[in-house]
Structure formats: structure tokens, C-alpha cells
Write a new protein. Structure first.
Length: 144
């Protein structure tokens, strides 16, 4: 799987602009805070893969919730994974449209770098004992 998947009638997900992330990963949690701080239209909502909702979403897209190797975003009825997910979110934020140009980098190279960081994220950035808890302002955007 792990390619962009157009959601049709048979695999339609009921929510859009949802970002699935690893809630115990320090790097992933910082990524979510980065997005929340810049998403002035509060377009994106977030779900940790460790939550009930996040686990169901991960399983629907073939991501192992116990050993996630990618984040994912559902945007415009399409599920994006790995570097496509990150660039889709980043280029949707005000002032970050330039990130679309990074799609010119061949996908196999972008995903190779993404996978290298993903495999080593706990060792490099650390791991929380429990899921990152958002502040009150962000809590309304979290799906559990």
C-alpha cells in the first residue's frame, strides 16, 4: 500500500483533512504542533495511531498500528502516505505553498529519506512513555 489512495465508495473514510501520526514519537508530536501553529484556518485535525480512531484509520490503510512506518493524511478524498503526506500538509499551510516544488524530487528519493528518518525516529528524537497530550486549544482538533 503506502501509495496515495483515492477513496471511493468502497473505501471512503468519513472525515477529511485528518492527519494520522505516532503519538509517542517526539518528532511526530512536534510535527503536529508545527502544523497546528501554522494552520490558521484550523483545517487539519489530528489522531494518534495509538487512539481508537487512529488505530481504525491505520488498519483501514494497511498501516501496522503497533509498528507504524508512515504518517498519513486524508485530504480532498485522497489518502497520502510518507513524503506525499508530509508535502500535502506542508504545502496546504499559509506561506508554505513553495513546498509543492519538492514534489519535483523523485518520489523514490523522497520516500527513501522519509523511511530512513522514520526507522530511526525514536533513537534520534526520543519517545514518550505515553501519547503526547495537546494543550486545550489544540484538543478540540484531536480525534480519538
Amino acid at each position: 500500500m503506502k501509495e496515495a489512495a483515492v477513496l471511493g465508495a468502497s473505501n471512503q473514510w468519513p472525515d477529511d483533512d485528518v492527519i494520522l501520526y505516532d503519538g509517542v514519537c517526539v518528532f511526530c508530536s512536534r510535527w503536529i504542533r508545527f502544523i497546528a501553529a501554522r494552520d490558521t484556518q484550523t483545517r487539519f485535525r489530528f489522531t494518534a495511531i495509538q487512539s481508537g480512531y487512529g488505530t481504525r484509520l491505520a488498519q483501514a490503510f494497511g498501516i501496522d498500528p503497533h509498528d507504524p512506518d508512515t504518517n498519513a493524511v486524508i485530504h480532498g478524498g485522497v489518502a497520502y502516505f510518507k513524503s506525499d503526506a508530509a508535502l500535502t500538509v506542508l504545502s496546504s499551510l499559509p506561506g508554505w505553498r513553495w513546498a509543492r516544488a519538492l514534489r519535483l524530487v523523485p518520489k523514490f528519493l523522497r520516500n527513501a529519506v522519509y523511511s530512513l528518518v522514520a526507522r530511526n525516529r525514536y533513537r534520534i528524537f526520543g519517545k514518550y512513555e505515553e501519547c503526547f497530550l495537546p494543550d486545550a486549544a489544540m484538543r478540540a482538533r484531536v480525534l480519538e
